[in-house]
Structures are given as structure tokens and as C-alpha cells.
Design a protein around this ligand. Structure first.
Ligand SMILES: C[S@@+](CC[C@H](N)C(=O)[O-])C[C@H]1O[C@@H](n2cnc3c(N)ncnc32)[C@H](O)[C@@H]1O
Length: 326
């Protein structure tokens, strides 16, 4: 993903203010424990809610490098946090957070006191109909965090073999009716390419008959397509070791995930890095020479309380895990 200075793009229409409400704000601050002068990487800038909190807590001279794949998120943050940018306290960069080590070195901010990843998509992206993330509005079937990079959801849906499409829905959406949905989508695209979210949502609803009051039948299909389009699990898998590269000893890594695939990945990474040694149990003396790089601070993930969920329903499935660099 290329660097791009969106502030220089004068042709861009003014960006609406963020509607995203950061999840678990108090917990993130309590566990990342930012102090004045601290240096942090926020790998998922989004609506800049967490970034703003980190800037506040590290005032007067702390620094934050905030990354997002989405140029519109960057444009919003540049408008909202112009003062911090002008003061040299906030650097915003477009890119995949998997490249955070490279970006942090280029920004001369590493080693850092903390790294935050608040995964998935923002409410701003969901609310922007034209992005195609929501089955609630008929829009182009896109779903890319960075529309300038990679294949859109329409390209996947129209080109993948039926079996590969079913596999994708099963793997990333844990969709039990993956085969039937893939069959229906492939039948439909033979007549005319699928280009709209509304068509996909309707086709899925024709296969799965949702229960009244239950989730929309296309929820898992849309989740799966979004994860695949943005290669979300591979990015996370690459980002976790990258975070360890730039954390100082005693620095903290906080990850907020929204579904079990992400949470499992984070949990296993933390456990493996706390163990260090990767020798099989039958090897009597360690031969790999690897030592622990993390100490887990949250044995069980932290979740939002009822008040937060009532105020911000998005927080319902958020899970925060935190570990400290040895
Ligand atoms: C849940 S939002 C973050 C919200 C933010 N913490 C706040 O308080 O406003 C997730 C953001 O991460 C971005 N994102 C997701 N995966 C990414 C990746 N691999 N690289 C860079 N940005 C990514 C999305 O574009 C989205 O803006």
C-alpha cells in the first residue's frame, strides 16, 4: 500500500466529522498507561478516538504515529487533530498496519511505549453507503479499507470458483450454509455480474431464512467478504510480531478484536510469545534458543460493561487483550 499525503489532495470534498465512538476507552488508557512524553503507535486510526486520548494523556510532548489503510480516515483526523499535527505530536500515515515497524522507523518514533490495534471497520466506514460494507443499504459491492488497493468484494464474488467462495464464507464467516450460498451466488452471476450489496444480501436471504429479531441473514457473508477483501487475518498475523519489534522493554501491546477468528489469533500469539521456547515437549533441553518476548497482562479478555454497550452497541463483541514486552 503506497504512502499518500491526502492532505495535499485539494480535489477531495470536505470529509464529514467522525461518527465512530471508540470502544473500551477507559480500559485502553488504564492498560496502555500512557504518561506525559510517551510514544505510541495507533495502528488503526479510524475516527481517531483512541489517538486523541493518547495525545491527551501524553501531553505536552508525547508523540503518536497513527496508521490507517483508509485515506478518508486520515483526512478526518488531519482536520480534527490539526493542532497536534502542527505541533509535531501526531503523525498520520496511510498504509497497512502490518508495516508498522517500517513506518515507525521512518517516523523516528521507535522504540515505543505502546501499540494499539482496534481491529475491523469503523462506524464511519459502515455509515458511508458508497463503501459497500453494509447490507442495510444498496451500494457498490466494494468493502476495501483502501479502495486504491486490491480486489473489491465484487471481484471476489464474480471470479472465485464456487468451492473457493464457499470455503471463504465458511472460514471467515463461520457460515454453516456456505455451500448453498456460494451455489446461489454463482447461479446468479451467470446471468449478470453481481455488483451491488443489495443483490448479494437478497440472494443470501433467499437461502437463509432469518429468525424474527435475529441477525440479518447476510451478516456472516458480509463479514467473510470484508475479511477476505482486506486480507484481515494475514495483516493481523504480520502486525503482531511487527509490534514486538518496535516496543521498548516494558512497553505494552493492546489489541481489540471483534470476532473469534481475530481473538484466537491474538490469544495464541500472546501465549506463544510468553512461552518463548518452541521445542517439542519430548526435547529434554531447549534447542530453539527462543526466550519469552511477552508477559500476558490480561489472562481473560476484557469486555465492555453494560453501560458502554447500551451507549455504544458496537462495543458488545469487543475483546481487549494486553501484553507487555519483556
Ligand atoms: C475499529 S476502527 C478504529 C477506530 C479507532 N480506534 C477510533 O477510536 O476511532 C478500525 C480502523 O482500522 C483500519 N484498518 C483495518 N485493518 C487495517 C490494516 N490492516 N491496516 C491499516 N488500517 C486498518 C480501518 O480502515 C478502520 O479505519
Amino acid at each position: 500500500m503506497p504512502f499518500q499525503d491526502v492532505a495535499q489532495d485539494e480535489s477531495r470534498a470536505p470529509t464529514p466529522a467522525t461518527v465512530h465512538v471508540p470502544v473500551l476507552p477507559a480500559e485502553v488508557l488504564a492498560w496502555l498507561a500512557p504518561l506525559p512524553g510517551g510514544r505510541f503507535v495507533d495502528g488503526t486510526l479510524g475516527g481517531a478516538g483512541h489517538t486523541a486520548l493518547l495525545l491527551e494523556a501524553t501531553a505536552p510532548d508525547g508523540r503518536v504515529l497513527a496508521i490507517d489503510a483508509d485515506a478518508l480516515a486520515l483526512a478526518r483526523a488531519r482536520a480534527r487533530l490539526a493542532g497536534a499535527i502542527a505541533a509535531g505530536r501526531l503523525l498520520v500515515r496511510q498504509g497497512n498496519f502490518a508495516r508498522m515497524a517500517e513506518l515507525a522507523r521512518a517516523a523516528d518514533i521507535a522504540p515505543v511505549d505502546g501499540v494499539l490495534l482496534d481491529l475491523g471497520l469503523s462506524s464511519d466506514q459502515l455509515a458511508d453507503r458508497e463503501r459497500g460494507f453494509s447490507f442495510a443499504a444498496d451500494a457498490p459491492l466494494d468493502m476495501r479499507f483502501d479502495p486504491g488497493h486490491g480486489a473489491s468484494a465484487a471481484e471476489l464474488v464474480n471470479t472465485l470458483e464456487e468451492a473457493a467462495l464457499a470455503d471463504l464464507l465458511w472460514r471467515y464467516g463461520e457460515e454453516r450454509r456456505s455451500r448453498a450460498i456460494a451455489r446461489r451466488l454463482v447461479e446468479a452471476r451467470r446471468r449478470v455480474p453481481l455488483t451491488r450489496t443489495g443483490e448479494v444480501a437478497r440472494l443470501v436471504a433467499g437461502v437463509i431464512h432469518g429468525r424474527p429479531g435475529g441477525i440479518h441473514p447476510a451478516t456472516r457473508t458480509f463479514q467473510a467478504l470484508r475479511i477476505a477483501v482486506n486480507d484481515e487475518l494475514a495483516s493481523l498475523e504480520a502486525a503482531l510480531p511487527a509490534a514486538l519489534e518496535i516496543l521498548r522493554s516494558g512497553g505494552r501491546l493492546a489489541v481489540i478484536s471483534f470476532h473469534s477468528l481475530e481473538d484466537r489469533l491474538v490469544k495464541r500469539f500472546f501465549q506463544a510469545e510468553e512461552r518463548g521456547c518452541v521445542c517439542p515437549p519430548e526435547v529434554p533441553v531447549c534447542a530453539c534458543g527462543r526466550s519469552p518476548r511477552l508477559r500476558i497482562l490480561t489472562r481473560h479478555p476484557l469486555t465492555a460493561g453494560t453501560d458502554e454497550v447500551a451507549a455504544n452497541p458496537r462495543a458488545r463483541s469487543a475483546k481487549l487483550r494486553v501484553a507487555e514486552r519483556t
